[in-house]
Design a protein around this ligand. Structure first.
Ligand code: AMP
Length: 147
């Protein structure tokens, strides 16, 4: 029999759907002595809008980081995740999730996954972007809203 997952990294985008993704991830560790880590990634404004943002966005960015950290903390509290297992980081979403998974020795990454149609198909999903670079399993939890 394969060993149960013991180190799970759940990635949330802090939208309302995050509770569904988190509850799946917590469910994986139910009755098992394991570690649940949570990650939320903030894409630097320069990454999201190109390197030449024509103003100083430092304050705006620190405000966003603080807001995101508070929301992630709220979610984490509901699932009794220790503060040292909550990671709010700046970077590109997929790379930052993969780096954290490697760093903590995750054996499972849990992410939400939206059905895509039309132009959104061209963008691809976060889950799909994670699979090729992941050194562990990736669980894509189906979300009901379309991307
Ligand atoms: P998608 O199908 O690409 O819309 O993926 C949505 C899922 O990707 C979310 O439920 C999260 O699991 C993950 N995700 C998207 N954005 C972020 C983010 N900024 N930080 C962490 N995880 C994210």
């Amino acid at each position: 029999m394969t060993a149960p997952y013991r180190k799970v990294l759940v990635a949330i985008d802090c939208s309302d759907e995050s509770a569904d993704v988190l509850s799946r991830a917590a469910g994986v560790l139910e009755g098992i002595e394991g570690e649940l880590h949570l990650i939320h990634v903030i894409e630097p404004l320069a990454l999201a809008y190109g390197a030449d943002v024509p103003m100083d966005v430092t304050d705006l960015q620190s405000g966003l980081v603080k807001q995101a950290r508070d929301t992630a903390l709220d979610y984490a509290r509901q699932y009794r995740i220790n503060e040292d297992r909550i990671h709010v980081e700046l970077g590109s979403i997929e790379k930052t999730i993969l780096d954290k998974a490697d760093q903590m020795g995750a054996d499972l990454i849990v992410v939400g996954s939206h059905t895509r149609s039309g132009l959104a198909l061209l963008l691809g999903s976060t889950a799909r972007g994670l699979v090729p670079g992941a050194h562990c399993d990736v669980l894509a939890v189906k979300m009901h809203k379309k991307a």
